[in-house]
Design a protein. Structure first.
Length: 158
């Protein structure tokens, strides 16, 4: 069984002092800290449990079995919002029209739905409203809405 431990380059500085003495042209950036994995005390089971299998991803969302990450959700900072899927009560798909948010680039709609920043939304046909029990519902507009809708409903039914 392979075992790994995370170390940084700064942790192994003592091992590289000889390289600095032998090579005068060698330059080390003090602010640079790289991370590498060295074989040592780390179990494969923990490593596999920490990885998330990405079921769907495009430039607007990322979906795994545990969460939905909506990119460019908070305006003007364009930070992402992560919704744990155990909190999602219902997901509903709807046709985007002028009255349901087809031309809304971001912000709050009249029905208390929040649209994340998506400049390609006028070119899209369908949106998905995520009901997670909060006062304001999230609306996502992925490239393949039917696939995302089916994946979310399969996950929340379990």
């Amino acid at each position: 069984m392979n075992k790994y431990v995370m170390k940084t380059i700064n942790d192994s500085k003592e091992n590289s002092i000889n390289n600095l003495d032998n090579n005068k042209n060698y330059y080390e950036d003090k602010n640079l800290e790289e991370i590498y994995i060295e074989k040592d005390n780390f179990s494969n089971e923990n490593f596999k449990n920490n990885l998330q299998e990405i079921l769907y991803e495009d430039e607007t969302i990322q979906l795994t079995r545990n969460y939905l990450k909506i990119f460019k959700y908070y305006y003007p900072l364009q930070k992402a919002k992560i919704i744990p899927l155990f909190k999602v009560k219902k997901a509903s798909i709807f046709k985007l029209t002028m009255f349901t948010g087809k031309y809304k680039f971001y912000g709050l709609a009249w029905d208390l739905s929040w649209f994340h920043l998506d400049k390609k939304r006028p070119l899209k046909e369908f949106g998905i409203k995520i009901h997670d029990g909060s006062f304001v519902n999230c609306v996502i507009t992925p490239e393949n809405p039917q696939k995302v809708y089916d994946l979310i409903n399969d996950i929340i039914k379990k």
